[in-house]
Design a protein around this ligand. Sequence first.
Ligand SMILES: [Zn+2]
Length: 95
Amino acid sequence: MGFKSKARKKRNAAHGSSSEKKSKDIEFEGTVKCDIKDCNNWADKKVGGRKMAYDRAVDVWGSSAFPRKTKKVSLCKTHYRVWKKEKKGEPKEWE
Ligand SMILES: [Zn+2]
């Protein structure tokens, strides 16, 4: 009657399929802030932010919306959309 010697089980550190979460913009921490005064959104490219000439933005919100004057302002996705709406410019694809 032989005992079955149990082979030592080596635990394979199975890196199973690490479920990649698709990044939603929850607590996204960016580096560029929307330049519009009361806006706290990020204007990083990653989250759909845009830069545009100061004058073009002032056209829509007025210079008072921009505490600091720069040649280019950063807009968050939301504000960029607003801007597009206001300008009714040529429609560009928006993803
Ligand atoms: Zn904004």
